[in-house]
Write a protein that binds this ligand. Structure first.
Ligand code: KIV
Ligand code: ZN
Length: 389
């Protein structure tokens, strides 16, 4: 049986850009949107048009250049927001309006001072209004992660009746455990009339470091769209990281899912976003961090040199990284030193390697990392009469 497609909804330019200090101008957003389109994301959330004239303009310009992806704009369940989004999307080949409202008791009481019935009415009216501009309307039940499942099912049922094409079930505060979030999705699959007519979407925040795990649990329980960002950036601790969910689905074919992402562009896209936002990628970040394919302990280096698969579950070239890195430190062994020396032109005999390794350890205890020029120097001071080939 063919794998099922999971739609990748990228919100780097909306939720991702909410990170303090990461604001982008329209030109930068257009460059990133073009790249996201090449990367193969299915939906690009381009912004929140009512929020500022700059954001409105960015959604307009992105709509003009995106060739393949659906372009989506965020709104609250407010008519002026929806009109603004519809205007900003007028050049989009495939426009989508993303509208919604908070559904947890805390949002209903403190944000809206409303009743549950009023929330359902406002949600349905917003969807109905958005449908008068575009066919594709995604509804988000903000703080669905902390919303009572029974009420959430009622909201979803009404959202489908009002014409929503996609139902987004955000874990806005990053509170849910994977089992709990998966069970919530299953509950909706089992209890919402008409659910088979819409795509269910997950939108997970990373406050407890569970965004990726929650998204995968959601997929396993019926979600067919994942909302995520490059490098996992987003409000507070961020959103689900696009590169993580995409590579999990690719590396675990037995799950039976696929995406349209060209994974070879992942590393470059990560750097493009990081440079434009001025937000560094943590070195140990899965998939795209500087150390994701770097090996520094002697035992691991020896294994990697014999066969990459001993300590790597992903071929670095699959995500656009040229090769695994063998980092020389005081924890490295002879195999790694000989490997590095060979790379820079020295073929060492066993005896020569013993001598050079002795000098290497002395330097490595003083320096954190030994680079190629250090290896040259060590070989020279070891007086072996060797010349690099
Ligand atoms: O986290 C959230 O609930 C959101 C919605 C606006 C989709 O970002
Ligand atoms: Zn969010």
């Amino acid at each position: 049986m063919d794998n099922q497609k999971i739609q990748i909804f990228d919100t780097t330019l909306r939720d991702g850009e909410q990170v303090p200090g990461c604001k982008l101008n329209t030109d930068q957003k257009v460059v990133i949107a073009r790249r996201l389109d090449e990367l193969g994301v299915d939906i690009i959330e381009a912004g929140f048009p009512i929020s500022s004239p700059g954001d409105f303009n960015s959604v307009v310009e992105i709509s003009k250049i995106v060739r393949n992806a659906t372009v989506c704009a965020l709104t609250r369940a407010v008519n002026d927001d929806i009109i603004s989004a519809a205007n900003a999307l007028k050049f989009a080949k495939k426009p989508r309006i993303h509208t919604g409202i908070g559904t947890s008791d805390s949002h209903i009481k403190y944000k809206f001072n409303a009743s549950r019935d009023e929330i359902i009415n406002r949600a349905a009216e917003a969807i109905f209004f958005a449908k008068s501009f575009v066919d594709d309307v995604e509804f988000y039940a903000e703080d669905a992660g902390r919303t009572d499942n029974d009420f959430l099912a009622k909201v979803c049922t009404e959202a489908i009746k009002a014409g929503a094409t996609v139902l987004n079930i955000p874990d806005t505060t990053g509170y849910c455990l994977p089992d709990e979030y998966g069970a919530k999705i299953k509950y909706l699959k089992d209890n919402v009339a008409g659910i088979e007519k819409v795509i269910l979407s997950c939108h997970c925040h990373n406050d407890l470091g569970l965004a990726t795990a929650n998204s995968i649990a959601a997929v396993r329980n019926g979600v067919r769209q994942i909302e995520c960002t490059i490098n996992g950036i987003g409000e507070r601790a961020g959103n689900t990281s696009l590169e993580e969910v995409v590579m999990i689905l690719k590396q675990h074919p037995s799950l039976g899912f696929d995406t349209n992402i060209n994974t070879k562009l992942l590393y470059d896209t990560s750097r493009l976003v990081s440079e434009n936002m001025g937000m560094l990628v943590q070195p140990n970040k899965a998939i795209v961090g500087e150390n994701a394919f770097a090996h520094s302990s002697g035992i691991h280096q020896d294994g990697i040199i014999k066969n990459r698969e001993t300590y790597e579950i992903i071929d670095p070239r699959d995500v656009g990284v040229t090769e695994s890195a063998i980092i020389l430190t005081a924890r490295s062994g002879r195999a790694a030193l000989a490997y590095r020396a060979k790379k820079i032109g020295y073929e060492l005999t066993k005896l020569q390697l013993d001598l050079v390794y002795f000098e290497f350890l002395k330097l490595a205890d003083r320096k954190k990392v030994i680079i190629d020029s250090d290896v040259h120097q060590i070989i020279e001071i070891s007086n072996l009469g060797l010349l690099a080939s």
